[in-house]
Design a protein around this ligand. Structure first.
Ligand code: ATP
Length: 477
């Protein structure tokens, strides 16, 4: 830190602080993320992951990594300073004045390029949201905050251990299905919707209602003046089955929106990028930092083709198949509104998932029911406990949490009917532009990838207790 002068503290996250700095021997300004290093080795590796992954990303639309170092029990990540601030600030500053179509397309095209670069590197960002997308002075979009990102062993790996920002979390995550590249696509869809409407696509006053809306993919329609291609794209990005969502590559190259997006890209960014693969040195570097030798064994040291790697992984861990239609677990379980409202959500009483009993204090509890599968009930129970913690800590949820735990920075105020799924779907029906034209087409050439590592993140949160849950949630809100 001796080589930098701290100019100001620009923000504080759950990890530590973000500082605006200037090198003592030079000019320019940078942001330093100061992260308290946990005591355990695994905790340290996990903190360092952000620096390692950011350092691997070299793209115009990703915040540039400068260097990282450790001092006094902290990890310091020095990165490019995005003078234009984040997109959430921009959106909020608009108040009610919508962005022009040109601006929306220009920013969104760059987001897709940045995110595609991440996916090409076999990395999932896992926390794409307007607060983590920055702008430079000259209007260039930069994706940042790799604190939740994860690196994949192969193109067919699964990611289970994810807790994202509720507004941006895809149906499969609520359904405890693996995180995959299409989950990032969903989150980018949420950002695109925010650019188009200055609102979150899915907002609600209760977890139950939010999750239901997400799992049904039910969002209020876009303003009619927006081009048909944007309506169509969003509809596809919000397909509840991730396989039906287009990949970023498809969006940029062969989707109906592709031409419009390309028109809005700077000429030098129009060149088609060749997908990058793991290089052995890169794999070794990441593995060294993370202490995970296996990472390079399946990725580069085999020296085999991607097909070989894939088939290897399929033998070790058969690839999960998505069911047709919307995520069934959450739909089944949340369909039972009484149970949820009388246990975890509305009454403030909690439900003991081990015994299946409603805990003392329950008023007018409905008869005990069995869950088909445990996870959503456990999730709701965990989230229920998280309410109070969020009220004092979490950025988006916190401030309004006392009255409306799920009011975010872009939530409408007053009686907005955010809890009424029916209202939204009605609006959707009456207002949507030519529904039949928005039906998905087949994207045979499209790609999916997920991460293996079958750990149960709800269980992880539960086992770690509320102490671990609070930072985990705070980190991402
Ligand atoms: N490279 C950057 N350029 C400009 N501003 C940045 C940059 N990185 C972060 N910021 C700003 O610094 C503040 C802290 O950001 P950071 O992502 O580190 O934490 P956070 O998102 O607020 O918290 P958390 O990571 O816990 O969700 C935010 O206001 C963010 O907009």
């Amino acid at each position: 830190m001796d080589t930098y002068t701290v100019l100001s503290v620009i923000g504080e996250g759950s990890f530590g602080r973000a500082l605006l700095v200037q090198p003592k021997d030079g000019s320019g300004q940078y942001v330093i993320k100061e992260i308290r290093l946990p005591k355990t080795q695994s905790g340290q590796a996990s903190s360092k992951k952000e620096a390692v992954l950011l350092s691997r990303m070299k793209h115009t639309n990703i915040v540039a990594f400068i260097e990282s170092f450790e001092a006094d029990g902290h990890l310091y990540i020095v990165m490019e300073y995005c003078t234009g601030g984040d997109l959430l600030q921009k959106i909020k500053r608009q108040k009610t004045a919508l962005f022009s179509v040109d601006v929306i397309l220009r920013w969104f095209a760059q987001m897709c390029l940045g995110a595609k670069h991440i996916h090409d590197k076999r990395v999932l960002h896992r926390d794409l949201k307007s607060k983590n997308i920055f702008l430079t002075d000259n209007g260039t979009i930069k994706l940042g905050d790799f604190g939740s990102a994860c690196v994949l062993k192969s193109s067919k790996a699964f990611a289970y251990s994810y807790v994202g920002t509720p507004y941006y979390v895809s149906p499969e995550i609520w359904d405890s299905q693996p995180y995959n590249n299409k989950s990032d696509v969903w989150s980018l869809g949420c950002v695109l919707y925010e650019l188009c409407t200055l609102r979150h696509p899915f907002q609600a006053r209760s977890w139950k209602s939010l999750i239901l809306k997400v799992c049904r993919g039910a969002y209020p329609p876009l303003p009619k003046h927006l081009p048909y291609e944007l309506h169509y794209l969003l509809k596809q990005m919000f397909r509840t089955n991730p396989r039906d969502r287009p990949s970023l590559n498809t969006i940029l190259t062969s989707h109906r929106i592709a031409k419009l997006l390309q028109k809005h890209l700077p000429p030098q960014q129009l060149q088609r990028e060749t997908p990058s693969r793991w290089k052995r040195e890169e794999g070794e570097k990441v593995a060294m930092f993370l202490g995970q030798k296996g990472l390079i064994e399946t990725s580069s040291s085999l020296g085999g083709s991607m097909q070989e790697v894939q088939s290897l992984n399929e033998q070790e861990c058969p690839r999960k198949k998505w069911a047709e239609g919307p995520p069934n677990t959450v739909m089944q379980v949340l369909g039972n509104a009484d149970l949820i409202s009388s246990t975890s959500m509305t009454s403030g009483n909690s439900f003991d998932s081990n015994s299946g009993d409603t805990l003392p204090g329950t008023q007018g509890a409905s008869p005990r029911r069995q869950w088909d599968r445990g996870t959503p009930e456990r999730l709701l129970s965990v989230l229920d406990k998280a309410y109070q913690s969020m009220a004092s800590k979490t950025y988006t949820v916190h401030q309004a949490a006392v009255e409306h735990p799920l009011m975010g920075p872009l939530s409408q105020t007053g009686a907005d009917g955010t809890d009424g799924l029916e209202e939204d779907t009605d609006r959707l029906e009456e207002d949507t532009v030519d529904e039949s034209r928005l039906e998905p087409r087949s994207d045979d050439e499209d790609t999916d990838f997920e991460e293996e590592c079958p750990c149960d993140w709800v269980e992880e949160l539960r086992e770690n207790g509320l102490g671990a849950l609070i930072p985990a949630l705070s980190l991402h809100f």
